[in-house]
Design a binder for this molecule. Structure first.
Ligand SMILES: C[S@@+](CC[C@H](N)C(=O)[O-])C[C@H]1O[C@@H](n2cnc3c(N)ncnc32)[C@H](O)[C@@H]1O
Length: 246
């Protein structure tokens, strides 16, 4: 993957959005993620370290190896971990499709919001399973943009979300991957697969979710698709501005 075919891009705004997303969703996504003392965990596609910080804090006696293909994101991730004084993470630049580790190196593997961007997520899963020891665990967290609905429903705002999905598909990804995680994981030979759906609900009585999720995570993500969507001719600028959910 290059910065050209990653639909969310590698801008400072996107780095901030990933941090907001991880912070807002921390309890929802991670309340049941804890790795045993002494275990070695691979985090694949760590980006700017937004999930890494949460993982490393929640499992202070586990050791994490966090990899990403994009060097600039890794540098930001390293800074974030050093700033927090966390000593249980090492970073490595690597393509998760060609990991520089021997078979069965890791006790656990964690991957979050990455498979949705890959042309062949099955290949990625096989590459991750190669480095996972027998009896270890693989945790996959992915979204599904088709599961978003609102009141009042707005056809124009819905169109911008579709544009994001179409731009992501044009780059080889699948923003609706959440609904097919079970068959995907089974297709690579896993037979003990447990899916735990997590939902976000926001209204005025939950201002933290309105700000942290609706505005800073979801709307910010859709807004980030304005450039690729217009470049691909999916929508023109005037229609985008009218439709924008902000
Ligand atoms: C949406 S970001 C998610 C980052 C992080 N997991 C999080 O949840 O904040 C996707 C990340 O996957 C990385 N990525 C995509 N393809 C990759 C590959 N083949 N090998 C390693 N990293 C990859 C991207 O560089 C990007 O940092």
């Amino acid at each position: 993957m290059t910065s050209l075919d990653y639909v969310h891009g590698y801008t400072e705004d996107e780095a901030n959005r990933l941090a907001d997303q991880a912070g807002t969703l921390a309890d929802l996504l991670h309340h049941d993620t804890q790795y045993p003392a002494g275990s070695l965990v691979l985090e694949a596609g760590c980006g700017v370290g937004a999930q890494t910080r949460i993982l490393a804090r929640r499992s202070p006696s586990a050791h994490f190896v966090s990899v990403d293909v994009f060097a600039k994101s890794l540098a930001l991730a390293r800074e974030a971990i050093e700033r927090e004084g966390l000593g249980n993470v090492e970073f490595k630049q690597a393509n998760l499709l060609a990991l520089p580790f021997s078979e069965a190196t890791f006790d656990h593997v964690f991957v979050c919001f990455v498979l949705e961007h890959l042309r062949r997520p099955e290949d990625a899963l096989r590459a991750l399973l190669r480095v996972l020891r027998p009896g270890g665990s693989l945790t996959v967290i992915e979204g599904d943009h088709g599961s978003a609905f609102f009141h009042p429903q707005s056809a124009r705002a819905t169109r911008t979300i579709e544009c994001l999905s179409e731009a992501q598909a044009a780059a080889g990804g699948d923003s609706l991957i959440g609904r097919r995680l079970y068959p995907l994981l089974r297709s690579v030979g896993l037979d003990d697969v447990q899916v735990s759906p997590r939902f976000v609900y926001a209204d005025a009585t939950r201002p933290g979710w309105v700000d942290g999720f609706t505005r800073k995570t979801f709307i910010a993500m859709v807004e980030g698709a304005a450039e690729p969507a217009q470049r691909l001719g999916l929508i023109d600028q005037a229609a985008w501005e009218q439709a924008s959910p902000t």
